[in-house]
Design a protein around this ligand. Structure first.
Ligand code: NDP
Ligand code: OXD
Length: 316
């Protein structure tokens, strides 16, 4: 057993490649920390858990647990555990750097789509001087954001700076300057009908799972693009492929998938109308995550309320 004292005990189950976070956190004065799989710890002594997608059933093995700190903005990796201890608070990672990087990814890919950059890349390979005008002025291109939360709102601001029209869809009505807000299922068809580029930034919940299916794609204008940076579970990949192959959709940019890592033989890797990235649209900065965990533990110690506690009924 490593260095147990009267302090709070925090257990980390870190995704691969997160050594920087463990360096930033281990030995912090506020708590004793244990890295699952590396350190020996007694489950009954753990007060707090930090991770992203723990194996189902794991959290219920920690009987003294008081709270769970998510290293991601999305908490579906916790809530999908059928044995998840629902009496515990889950605090999610809400971070400006993450929001800006997500916004940057969406802005970059929206510009690549709008400016036909994939066509110019292909022409360069052929040494072909193939000029092409924009299909229409930027101010006439409408980008629709599914999920106008912390990340969606920052993304909308950034897209407006490039003169795109921006509309957003959420559960409740929003007032983001310059962005037309659509709310609830009844307003989804009107929203979709306007989207030249549809961007999914929703949390994965029972209500949003599979939302992007054949019916939704049919509601988009012909030639529209789809970008998914929410979760793979939002998108029916078979329906997406059908909508791409029938030329109803212009293309897709996918950062998240039903199965991650995306298997090497998955057709999405080589589909001519699809851009694949490996769930990197926004990556949690380990230093900011360390500050987040330290803040959470300090709040717990002082009795101050946590910030950004997940509403378990809504699932986000
Ligand atoms: P928030 O909780 O701040 O925002 C969620 C938004 O989705 C809210 O606007 C909410 O509406 C809306 N929403 C939820 N359920 C529904 C529904 N049933 N119908 C309509 N709207 C709904 O989340 P974040 O912005 O912080 O993060 C969003 C997601 O982005 C994460 O859950 C995660 O899946 C994904 N993500 C992906 C990353 C990547 O690298 N690819 C990195 C980080 C996050 P309302 O405001 O009205 O409640
Ligand atoms: C997150 C993610 O939810 O990285 O933060 O997907």
């Amino acid at each position: 057993m490593t260095g147990l004292s009267g302090k709070h005990h925090v257990l980390f189950l870190l995704p691969p490649g997160w050594d920087a976070l463990s360096k930033a956190l281990f030995g912090h004065a506020a708590f004793n920390s244990f890295l699952h799989g590396k350190d020996h710890y007694a489950p009954q002594q753990i007060d707090y858990f930090v991770g992203f997608r723990p194996p189902h059933g794991f959290l219920k093995t920690l009987p003294r647990l008081k709270a769970i700190f998510s290293l991601g903005a999305g908490v579906d990796g916790f809530l999908r555990d059928p044995e998840f201890p629902r009496h515990l608070p889950v605090v999610r990672f809400v971070d400006e750097t993450l929001q800006r990087e997500m916004a940057q990814y969406v802005t970059m890919h929206s510009l690549i789509i709008h400016r036909h950059q994939r066509g110019f890349d292909a022409a360069q390979k052929e040494h072909a001087w193939r000029q092409r005008m924009l299909a229409r002025p930027t101010r006439e291109v409408c980008i629709g954001i599914l999920g106008m939360g912390d990340i969606g709102a920052v993304t909308a601001e950034r897209l407006l700076m490039f003169d795109f029209q921006v509309i957003g869809w959420s559960r409740s009505r929003k007032s983001v300057p310059g962005v037309t807000s659509y709310a609830g299922k009844e307003e989804l068809p009107k929203f979709l009908a306007r989207c030249d580029i549809l961007v999914c930034m929703l949390p994965l919940t029972p209500e949003t799972e599979g939302l992007m299916d054949a019916k939704l794609f049919a509601g988009l204008p012909k030639g529209a693009w789809v970008m998914n940076v929410g979760r793979g579970g939002h998108c029916n990949e078979r329906d997406l492929l059908a909508a791409l192959d029938s030329d109803h959709l212009g293309g897709a940019v996918l950062d998240v998938f039903q199965t991650e890592p995306l298997p090497p033989d998955n057709i999405l890797w080589s589909h001519p109308k699809v851009t694949v990235t490996p769930h990197i649209a926004g990556i949690t900065d380990p230093r900011n995550a360390a500050a987040f965990v330290v803040d959470c533990v300090a709040r717990a110690q002082s009795g101050a309320p946590f910030k950004n506690v997940v509403d378990l009924n809504k699932g986000y």
